[in-house]
Design a protein around this ligand. Structure first.
Ligand code: UDP
Length: 238
């Protein structure tokens, strides 16, 4: 499969049309943004790590009953994915309080929830991805009731699989963001990426952050954290 034409360039990836209309090629960049694009930078080697990590996790999810857009890794940065129409919802699962949850509700980071939470935001950069509930998503026609139910079921399944996998790597899965897409026949599948840009991953013992919060919060050691989390994944998958 070959790139024919760039469809668009996002914050962390470029997306290309291919010679087959059912498939796209995504190309992962080292560019990093935070706070809705206000903070910009690069994280050397991030694109390679995110490409590999996302692909390996998606494969694992496929093996555990979660359909994904992943098809084939072409190179360090390039991957073939199924072409979908993205459901314009950011789906966030949380196991532990952090980030915008802590800020919104005025609680410290690190509270372990009795059960995971799910929330949606409307994928819309101009509006700053506002939080919305199921009824709002329905009212806005962003998804059907059946699609929302399926998205929730799959998102919690993803959490179960990934939480267990990362625990085996000595890593706590704090929270993460997923995006889902529709195939032409209406089937909902997992799309986008799963990587340290989109997950909070803490060392289980030291609570050290091994994710994009090191960039967002200027904690230093960003590249090292990405390399370390990749090393742990590789080790666990050998
Ligand atoms: N997240 C993401 N993209 C976004 C917003 C959040 O990938 O546009 C991820 C983020 O990395 C974290 C989880 O979703 O793992 C929850 O993020 P939160 O709502 O706490 O927002 P943040 O504090 O990152 O702004």
């Amino acid at each position: 499969m070959v790139k024919i034409k760039q469809l668009y360039e996002g914050k962390a990836k470029k997306v290309y049309e291919t010679d087959d209309p059912q498939y796209l090629i995504v190309s992962y960049k080292d560019d990093a943004t935070a706070f809705n694009g206000l903070k910009k930078g690069t994280i050397a080697g991030k694109g390679v790590i995110n490409n590999r990590m996302s692909n390996r996790l998606m494969k694992m999810l496929e093996n555990n009953g979660v359909p994904t857009h992943y098809v084939e890794e072409l190179s360090d940065r390039d991957t073939v994915v199924r072409r979908v129409s993205i459901v314009p919802l950011e789906v966030i699962i949380r196991n532990i309080s952090a980030g915008s949850f802590s800020k919104r509700y005025g609680v410290e980071e690190g509270i372990v929830f009795a059960r995971p939470t799910i929330e949606f935001s409307y994928k819309n950069d101009e509006l700053g991805d506002p939080l919305l509930n199921d009824d709002h998503a329905l009212a806005l026609g962003l998804a059907t009731e059946e699609e929302i139910a399926e998205i929730k079921r799959l998102a919690f399944r993803v959490n179960d699989v990934l939480k267990q996998f990362w625990a085996g790597c000595g890593v706590t899965l704090v929270d993460f963001k997923l995006e889902f897409g529709r195939l032409p026949d209406g089937k909902i599948i997992l799309a986008d990426e799963i990587c340290p840009d989109t997950c909070r991953l803490w060392d289980s013992k030291t609570k050290e952050k091994l994710d994009k919060d090191r960039f967002r919060r200027d904690l230093g050691g960003v590249e090292d954290a990405y390399a370390e989390i990749m090393r742990r994944l590789n080790e666990a998958m050998e």
